[in-house]
Design a protein around this ligand. Sequence first.
Ligand code: HEM
Length: 655
Amino acid sequence: MMMGANATAPFYIPSSSLLSSTTKHHLLPQLKTTFTPILTNSSSSKSYYYRHPTIGHHREKRKLEGFTVRTLSSEEEEVVLEEQKEEGNKQLDQLYQRIASGEFTVNQSGFPYSLRNGLSKLGIPSEILDYLFKWDQANASPQIPEAKGQISAIRSEPFFIPLYRLYLAYGGIFRLTFGPKSFLIVSDPSIAKHILKDNSKAYSKGILAEILEFVMGKGLIPADGDVWRVRRRAIVPALHQKYVAAMISLFGQATDRLCKKLDAAASDGEDVEMESLFSRLTLDIIGKAVFNYDFDSLTNDAGIVEAVYTVLREAEDRSVAPIPFWEIPIWKNISPRQKKVSGALKLINGTLDDLIDICKRMVDEEELQFHEEYMNEQDPSILHFLLASGDDVSSKQLRDDLMTMLIAGHETSAAVLTWTFYLLSKEPIVLSKLQDEVDSVLGDRFPTIEDMKKLKYTNRVINESMRLYPQPPVLIRRSLEDDMLGKYPIKRGEDIFISVWNLHRSPNLWEDADKFNPERWPLDGPNPNETNQNFRYLPFGGGPRKCVGDMFASYETLVAVAMLVRRFNFEIALGAPPEHADPFKGPIVVQVQMTTGATIHTTEGLNMTVTRRLKPSVARVLEMPVLKVDVDPYVNLSNGDTLLSKRGEVSSPHS
Ligand code: HEM
C-alpha cells in the first residue's frame, strides 16, 4: 500500500458546526475506525482532529465526502500537540492534587500522630510541631510511604500503569492498600537487588505460587525452598551450550514455517495478526525443545493447542483477578469455564504422561553414555536430558516442570517478539538499519550459532524492546522473615511487587526513558544484563531465581527477528485499533493498547500489513544497463506479482 505525500500529517475536521450532533453521533464511531482521533473535543476549540497514515489513499478520502477535510499546517499541528501536552499535564496535576489532598494516603495512627494532627489543625506552624515531636520522630522507624485506592482504579487499565504514576509520586518503595489487601511496590534498583539477590533466601514466590498451583504444581517457577533447589540443580544443566546451539536450527525451521505463512498473506494482500502468530511460533518451538512434541500450532488449532491456550488464559486471568473465585468449592463444579479448564488440564497432563513414557522407552533402548553436554541427536529435548541423567523424580514433579517450562518459555518470547515488531513499525530507520545488518550477516542462509554474536544491532533492538516492554512487567515475592528494605523495616509475610516496568522506564535511571532507542546500548559494549546495569535492567530477573532460559530465549528471538525482517517489511495495518493520546505522556501517541496477564498483551492484536522486501543488491543490478534486455521487469505474472518482485524477493532460506 502506497503512502500519501502527507503520510503522517494529521487531518482536521473543522468545528462541530459542520457536523450536527446527530450526524456526529452516527458518523464519529465510523470515522473513528477509519480516522483515528488524536484528540477529541479539545477544550479550547471544540474540534476533532484525526490522524491517519494512509489518508492519501483514495478509498479513505471518499469516506469523508461532504465534510471539509484538510491537512493541518505544521503550526496547527504544533498547537494540537501542545494541547495534547497540556491535557496530559492537567491530568497529571489532578493526580498530584488528589495525592496531596490525602485521598490515597492512609492516615497514620497513634496518639502522637493524632495530637500533632490536632495541633496542626489549630494552626500551630509545622516548624514548631517538628521541634515538639522530635522525640517521637527519633524513636519511630521511618514509615514506608503509603497509598490506598479503589481496586476499580487499577482494573480499568493494565495494573502496572497506575503503579508507574504512583511511583513518580511516592518513590522507589511504597505501600499500596486496597481494602484488606496490601502490597509493597518496589521500583528502586538497590532494593530490587537486595530482594532478588543479596537476601533472596528471605523471600518466596508468595501469591504467584498460589495462583499458578493449579497448572504448574511445584514446578520451577512457583516452587520454593528445597523443592526449588533440587529441581533447579537438575534442570539448569539440561540447557547447556551444545543444546542451545542445536536449538538454533529448530528456531530457524519454525520461523521459516511462519515466513511461508506470511508469504501467502503478502501475496493475497491480507493483513496478519502477528501477536497470535508469534504465540504459535513460540509454542511450536517450546514444545519441541522441552519434550519433543510438535504442536504444529501454526497450522493446527484444535485439541491440545486449544487446551494449552485455555489453561494459559486461565493462569493469566487468575493472576489479575481481584478475588480468588476459583477457590469457591461449588464454583469449580458448576462454572462452565472452570469445567473447560479442568478438561484442558486433563488433556495436557495425559499428553505429557504419554510423552514421558515414550521418552523413557527411548532412553531404555539407548546405549547411553551420559556426560555434561549429553544430547540425543534425534530428540535433543530437555525431557530426554533429564531422563537420561537419571533424574530421580516423581512423574508428577517432572510433569510440573515440563508444564512450567512450556508456559515460561512460550508467552514471554511471544510477547517480546510482538512488542519488538510494534516498536519497529514505529521506527522505520531502526528497521532499515536492522535489515542492513541482517542482509550482510546472513544473506539467504539459515542463522547459525556463529551468527548470534555477529547480529549485534539486532540484539540491541531486542535488548531495547525488553527494556520498554519487560515480560513479565512485575516480579512477585513474599517476605519469609522480618527484613530491612533500604531504610525501612518490614515484617514477615509482606507481599511485594518489584515493578520491572518502573525500573525500566524510570526518568531517574534512564535518559529519554520512554524512547525506543537501541543506540543507547553501544554495539561494542557488553550485552546489557542485571549485573552490568546494577539492577536497573532486569529482562530475565536476577539472583538465584534468574530465568534458566535466558540464552535460549535470546537466540530464539534473534533468529526470529532476523529471518522475518530479512524477508518482509512490516507496517501497522489499515483499520488497526485507533491511536490514543496518552495523557500522561504528552504528545506521545500509543497506537496499540496494552493489557496484562502474566505478560503484556495487546488489547486487540497486532494487525500488520506484511510486504515482501526487495533485496538491495537486486535493486542495484536493475539500475544497470543490463536492463536493456527484452524482459520487462514489471511484466505481470499470472499470480499478480511482477517479475521485479519475483526476482527481488528474498528467497526462502536453505541450510
Ligand atoms: C524472552 C523470553 C523470556 C523472558 C523475558 C523470561 C523472563 C523470565 C524472568 C523475568 C524470570 C524471573 C522470574 C522471577 O524472578 O520471579 C524467569 C524465570 C524463569 N524462566 Fe524465563 N523468560 C523467558 C524465556 C524462558 C524460556 C525459553 C524458558 C525455558 C526454556 C524459561 C524458563 C524459566 C524458568 C524455569 C524460570 C524460573 C527459574 C527459577 O525460579 O529458578 N524462560 N524468566
